[in-house]
Design a protein around this ligand. Structure first.
Ligand code: AGP
Length: 607
């Protein structure tokens, strides 16, 4: 969850690296730095805090003329956010600089070896171990490539790493293991980066590196080798369609708001090419080679986990596939009993979440097929799954996940309909009705969003000072209650608990008082009467209620927020944006850093 960029080409490299880091800030932003060779010296300039601090520091330095450079923006895992822990790190002899995203799990052991050789390494900085190990390797190997490979083979854990040498100023050496790293292929220039937006203004041609690959690149050449034996790896250049606008804010104040308003298009994009409107059938060729499982185990983290919880309702009711849903960090450490015809589905926007990736690997080790549901093309989870279905939501920059969940739910609905089709467990009429509802959602949401936004703004001003919130939901609204609470917590820092409405009376209702409002999901479905009685129970304890509800339902609450009716579980596509907008407006009203909340990173690539 750090961001790295390396550049070798013909342009002023340091400003380009800093510009690239700007587009990677969502990966972590507690410190940043650059490295470059100038006048025969290897320089690093680093600063604690956001990228602006580094830019201020660079403004006081002499002009840089280097046409090769590396940049790094950090999210701390070892070592507190401080300049001394910022990357790049130099080797003791000052001849090598390194930037690194990931964790070297055996760095202590490697550090001890270096200390006996007379190296000095800061107590909690593991990246310095790698750069000094590489320097040590140069004493024993003919080339820097050999030395770098030698050092990397000793490192266990996860790394996307790039090295520059004082005596090879225009050359980048980079490698990956369990952390994303992409090669950008330009004309007279080449890039390595954690993510595509870092260099998208310069090239759309990319090569995705696999685990255990190492790359050497300069302005005009690039080569990918296997770390194990430095044999040449045969790589394919892929052309990326994303435009840069997709990674810019497009007129919205924050990426999060932009991405909330992108959801109508995201729903349409997710369905594109996957629904035969004439025959009302679903086509997911990515899954055709796999059977419909006897049982599906959905494993994910955070918002993606909530998508899985929601999907259980439709996978069981439409496709008659028994489903369990589990948090990845729990699943991976349990000796899960997986039947031979079971399947695991991992859901991950970034495709790099460490716990989810580990769960995938555990399932594969147990001989179980794994379906990946990812948004980032070529991500680790995407490439290690037996089959991957991309959510096609475009880059999600805001740390708070919004359109990613929407896109995941669309694809999950299509999978449920596709499996129902294959197993003939849903009438054609019902399938046609569900597809009709899905196809109508983009226009319905396009119309509803502005009104939802206005209501969210009004309610936010009333409730922004609350110290805690309950979010209540039943059935397919329970996962949405969990998601609404997560959104409020992670961007406004107000405590919130998502709860099954029927569970409140088993203790939590003791918390209710006039300062502890409740957000109740009370939709026009068969559970409405039950939710209504739960609302009354809360009101009997003087709790204030915001009810997200549909037209024509009788409710006597403090705030009745009426949204358009969508029948059944697909009503989630109207509920979700309302919850997202409410949390956004509360956070915005409180002046929080909406797109980059404190302590969070967009992709949690460590345990
Ligand atoms: C959601 O708003 C959070 N940022 C977080 O819970 C996120 O959903 C979780 O870390 C999983 O990320 P992934 O989908 O990239 O695996």
């Amino acid at each position: 969850m750090c961001g790295i960029i390396g550049y070798a080409g013909h342009r002023p490299a340091v400003p380009l690296a800093v510009e690239g880091l700007r587009r990677l800030e969502y990966r972590g932003y507690d410190s940043a730095g650059v490295a470059f060779v100038q006048n025969g010296e290897l320089h690093t300039i680093r600063a604690e805090g956001k990228l602006a601090a580094l830019e201020e520091k660079l403004a006081t330095c002499p002009n840089t003329t280097a046409t090769a450079a590396m940049g790094h923006t950090r999210w701390a895992t070892h070592g507190i956010p401080a300049e001394r822990n910022a990357h790049p790190h130099l080797s003791n002899d000052g001849t090598l600089a390194i930037i690194h995203n990931g964790i070297i799990e055996n760095y202590q052991e490697l550090k001890n070896d270096l200390l006996t050789l007379g190296y000095t390494v800061a107590p909690d900085a593991e990246t310095e171990v790698l750069v000094n190990l590489t320097a040590e390797g140069r004493k024993q190997h003919a080339s820097l490539l050999d030395a770098f490979a030698w050092a990397l083979r000793q490192a266990h854990g996860a790394y996307a790493v790039c090295v520059m040498a004082k005596d090879e100023p225009g050359v980048l050496y980079a490698a990956r293991l369990a952390a994303p790293l992409i090669l950008g292929i330009g004309t007279g220039e080449n890039f390595v980066a954690s993510d595509i937006p870092a260099f998208l203004p310069y090239t759309r041609d990319v090569v995705f590196l696999e685990d255990g690959e190492i790359v050497r690149a300069d302005a005009n050449r690039w080569q990918v080798l296997r770390l194990a034996d430095l044999s040449v790896a045969d790589k394919r250049i892929q052309h990326i369609q994303w435009d840069m606008q997709a990674a810019q804010k497009g007129g919205f104040k924050h990426f999060m708001l932009k991405e909330i308003f992108e959801q109508p298009r995201v729903i349409a994009d997710c369905m594109a090419g996957r629904v035969d409107e004439a025959r009302n059938t679903v086509a997911l060729p990515e899954l055709d080679a796999l059977p419909v499982p006897d049982r599906l185990h959905i494993v994910a983290c955070g918002t993606s986990y909530h998508s899985g919880l929601w999907a259980r309702h439709i996978l069981e009711s439409w496709a008659k596939v028994p489903v369990t849903v589990e948090i990845a960090s729990e699943f991976r450490y349990r000796d899960a009993l997986l039947g031979k015809n079971d399947m695991v589905m991992v859901i991950s926007q970034s495709g790099e979440t460490a716990d989810t990736l580990a769960a995938l690997r555990m399932a594969r080790d147990k001989g179980v097929q794994v379906i990946g549901l990812c948004n980032v093309v070529g991500s680790s989870i995407a490439r290690e799954s037996s089959a991957v279905v991309y959510t096609q939501a475009g880059p999600e920059i805001s740390v708070a996940s919004t359109k990613a969940m929407c896109s995941q739910m669309v694809v999950l609905a299509l999978i449920a309909l596709s499996w129902a089709q294959r197993n003939d467990t849903l009438s054609q009429a019902t399938r046609a009705q569900m597809l009709h509802i899905l196809r109508a959602l983009p226009a319905q949401l396009e119309t509803a969003l502005p009104m939802m936004h206005d209501t969210a703004q009004q309610l936010a001003r009333t409730y922004a000072k609350a110290r805690s919130f309950f979010y209540l939901g039943r059935g397919h609204c329970y996962p949405l209650a969990l998601e609404g609470a997560l959104k409020l917590k992670e961007i406004s820092y107000i405590h919130a608990e998502g709860y099954a409405s029927g569970e409140m009376k088993h203790g939590p209702i003791a918390l209710v008082d006039p300062e502890f409002p409740t957000f109740a999901l009370a939709l026009d479905d068969e559970l409405f009467p039950k939710v209504k009685s739960n609302i009354v129970e809360v009101q009997a304890r003087r709790g204030k209620i915001i009810a997200l509800t549909n037209p024509g339902l009788e409710l006597s609450v403090d705030h009745s927020w009426v949204i358009p009716t969508v029948q059944g579980p697909l009503s989630a596509f109207l509920v979700l944006p309302a919850l997202q907008l409410f949390s956004y407006e509360v956070a915005e009203y409180l002046g929080k850093d909406v797109d980059q909340p404190r302590n969070l990173a967009k992709s949690v690539t460590v345990e």
